[in-house]
Design a protein around this ligand. Structure first.
Ligand code: GLU
Length: 294
């Protein structure tokens, strides 16, 4: 039994990311699970600074007192696992551009995701050969519009139609939805805690988990942190990383206290540790609305 935190090393963790990591740690430790760290660096493999960003993310998580079991797992070092998993799935080559999908698909979902309309589902061999001369294909899994329901700790039951989503991008990189599921199954992750921007991906991922023979995990999607305008918190919102805050004299302990306060687990500026928070933590009492970072 394990929970995990799985950042992408695109930039330093901000307060919202750190808060989600804290909730993931509390839920895992509070239920006697191991807590794993996975660096989701498939997108950033060609970005030279990614290892340093990941190292800072790990240092920041440690600085607020979170601990992990085992060594961090780096997705960029597990490419054969993803290829092996793809080989067990029923997939087909897709040559569609984003634009073609936008033109052919029905309206995007609330999160901007456009379900794939299946344009390349039944191409003939000759059509595929012709298309390959113009551009490399992505691989899509044949999901047959399966309907999948997941249970989220806070959102309750979430049902989604599973479209033929991409499992290997047309640059050969395993897609996020594939890699995350392959790793969760391989690492024995049965509790997925992350930002609620990914809630709508969970039926797709749960369906794939079943295809790969894994047990569907329990999900807990944490409301995002937003700025004073209600927009998703970002680096440009000012002092939102440990490094920024450190420059203005705020310590990691004070940041932990602030995160705990935002979760209703501590008074303002009360000194706390993750272990002390664990004793007070009640998942059912967690705030359900976005956290406004002033
Ligand atoms: N790597 C993803 C992110 O940083 C999280 C994936 C997940 O937790 O499933 O947004």
């Amino acid at each position: 039994m394990a929970g995990r935190f799985a950042p992408s090393p695109t930039s330093d963790l901000h307060l919202g990311n750190l808060r989600t990591a804290l909730v993931a740690w509390l839920l895992a430790r509070g239920s006697g699970r191991e807590f794993l760290l996975r660096i989701e660096d498939l997108d950033t493999q060609r970005v030279t600074a990614a290892p340093e960003v990941a190292a800072r993310q790990i240092a920041d998580l440690t600085a607020i007192g979170l601990d992990f079991d085992g060594e961090p797992v780096w997705q960029s070092r597990r490419l054969t696992r993803y290829a092996d998993a793809v080989a067990t799935l029923e997939t087909y080559e897709c040559f569609c551009t984003r634009r073609e999908i936008a033109e052919a698909a029905s309206a995007p979902h609330a999160d901007g995701y456009r379900p794939y309309p299946g344009s390349c589902r039944n191409l003939t061999k000759a059509e595929r050969e012709r298309q390959r001369r113009t551009r490399p294909p992505a691989l899509r899994v044949r999901a047959g519009d399966a309907v999948q329901t997941v249970t989220d700790r806070w959102a309750g039951e979430v049902t989604g139609v599973v479209d033929d989503f991409v499992v290997v991008r047309n640059d050969g990189v395993p897609a996020y939805n594939l890699a995350v599921v392959v790793d969760d199954v391989a690492q024995g992750v049965d509790q997925v805690v992350r930002g609620d921007d990914l809630l709508s991906s969970s039926p797709r991922q749960a369906w794939l988990t079943r295809q790969l023979g894994g047990p569907v995990p329990e999900y807990a999607h944490v409301p995002l942190a937003v700025n004073a305008d209600g927009k998703r918190l970002a680096k440009r919102d000012g002092a939102v990383t440990l490094a920024d805050l450190g420059r203005s004299g705020v310590t990691a302990d004070q940041v932990l206290s602030r995160l705990a306060h935002s979760l209703g687990l501590a008074e303002i500026d009360e000194p706390v540790t993750p272990a002390s928070l664990l004793r007070r933590f009640d998942p059912d009492a967690l705030p359900r609305q976005a956290w406004v970072v002033e």
